[in-house]
Write a protein that binds this ligand. Structure first.
Ligand SMILES: CC(=O)SCCNC(=O)CCNC(=O)[C@H](O)C(C)(C)COP(=O)(O)OP(=O)(O)OC[C@H]1O[C@@H](n2cnc3c(N)ncnc32)[C@H](O)[C@@H]1OP(=O)(O)O
Ligand SMILES: O=C([O-])CC(=O)C(=O)O
Length: 386
């Protein structure tokens, strides 16, 4: 029996949700290239596509959008706010988010519907929980931002799109059209990515017929790590260490000599630049133009880092990944660095729930095996017996 570290190349499921070709830098959701979705779709439409398999027609989209905007789904119970008030304000927002998502099921009972006929979940429950969980995510992230500052949370608004409402709740001002389009595109770009680590967590948890809020909580815990979604926050802190564009090459040589990873670079699947990094970079350029040429000075450092890294790391197939440019955009949109990964989680909830729905429709509990490297059975030493 061969053990493959990190399960590299080992299929863990069959799925029709997304596809990627890491040599060509191609990513599709249900067959649609990510570049087209980022340009023409909305997060609401893309979420429906991921969850249901086809683009919605006008009525389906209107109904889904109305449910996502409905206060019943966009608001969370006051008790969740009370839970947040007990959390340490210097804790990481991913921990606050995981705690609150995990608690959601206690306020919205019905978990017995997970096994309505003893095995399969009741489909109405699945649809309701998908909408409730997806709609609550942005509220929870923004709510924690205000609670940790000692302020009252900003109530969600039903007249705003998902992206607009999120930026409105975070920044207490309505975003302009360019900012909201950029946020919307970021949500689309991060929504799904085949069997990445957090989606795998969601599959494993879902395969036990755990309720969806706990499936998402498991995935949030996995996304938090710096080798996965947590890298986006670290990229900005890393760029802070580089004093100027001219200092990039020496800084990088030193970092590689010290065997430190460059955050926001490298990917198990892509051996070329992540197509999402290209699109995010384009969005940064768009924002720069919109702001009259002004954007973070770190953008120039990031671009030089990409150039220098290409000379040193391309031979290993290491290029910028989705986490490299996203934080620069979020920072320019007024979002604190430790909230970058929670935004990733908001968006990826669409993909996690799509996989959850697919998993429970073809379920078999995950239970892999191991290559045992421990002792053969041996006698318990008598001197310890009494
Ligand atoms: C949303 C996402 O999850 S995207 C990924 C976000 N994570 C990061 O940005 C963290 C930095 N990147 C990494 O740590 C890795 O590239 C991972 C975890 C993403 C992928 O890991 P793996 O597929 O196991 O790649 P692996 O570690 O085998 O790398 C292959 C080679 O490239 C090197 N390499 C990979 N990523 C990097 C990096 N970011 N910086 C420097 N070298 C790197 C490795 O050191 C290794 O070199 P070697 O062959 O000389 O030993
Ligand atoms: O696919 C992966 O391993 C990580 C990733 O890029 C993502 O989850 O978006």
């Amino acid at each position: 029996m061969e053990y493959i570290p990190g399960l590299q190349g080992v299929p863990a499921t069959q799925s029709s949700i997304s596809f990627l070709d890491g040599q060509k830098g191609l990513l599709t959701y249900r067959g649609y290239p990510i570049v087209d979705l980022a340009r023409h779709s909305t997060f609401e439409e893309t979420s429906w596509l991921l969850i249901n398999g086809e683009l919605p027609d006008r009525e389906q989209l209107a109904a889904f959008d109305a449910e996502l905007r409905n206060g019943r789904n966009r608001r969370v119970k006051y008790n969740v706010r009370d839970i947040m008030k007990f959390l340490p304000i210097d804790g990481h927002p991913m921990e606050a988010l995981q705690t609150c998502v995990a608690s959601l099921g206690m306020f919205y009972p019905g978990q017995e519907r997970m096994t309505a006929n003893g095995v399969n979940a009741d489909s109405e429950f699945v649809e309701q929980m998908i909408i409730k969980t997806l709609a609550s995510m942005a509220t929870l992230v923004a709510m924690w931002e205000h609670i940790r500052r000692g302020d009252d949370p900003v109530q969600p608004r039903a007249d705003l799109t998902y992206a607009e409402n999120f930026l409105y709740m975070m920044n207490e001002r309505e975003p302009d059209a360019v900012e909201s389009r950029i946020m919307d595109a970021c949500l689309i770009l991060h929504a799904e990515h085949t069997i990445n680590a957090s989606t795998f967590s969601a599959l494993v948890s879902g395969s036990t017929l755990a309720p969806p809020n706990l499936v998402v909580a498991a995935a949030i815990g996995t996304l938090a790590g710096p080798l996965h979604g947590g890298a986006n926050q670290r990229v900005l802190n890393m760029l802070d260490e580089i004093p100027s564009v001219a200092a990039v090459a020496d800084w990088l040589d030193q970092r590689l000599a010290n065997k430190q990873v460059v955050w926001g670079f490298g990917h198990r699947e892509y051996k070329t630049k992540d197509p999402r990094a290209d699109i995010l970079q384009g969005l940064l350029e768009q924002l720069r133009e919109h702001r009259g040429g002004e954007i973070s000075p770190q953008y120039e450092i990031a671009r030089e880092l990409e150039r220098s890294a290409e000379e040193r790391l391309a031979s290993k197939g290491v290029y910028p990944n989705v986490d490299f440019y996203s934080g620069l955009l979020y920072e320019a949109l007024g979002i604190p660095r430790d909230q970058f990964t929670p935004i990733f989680a908001i968006s990826r909830t669409a993909g996690w729930l799509a996989h959850w729905k697919e998993q429970i429709s073809q379920n078999r509990i995950f239970r892999p095996t191991q290559v045992y490297t421990g002792y053969d059975p041996r006698p318990y030493p008598s001197r310890l017996n009494g």
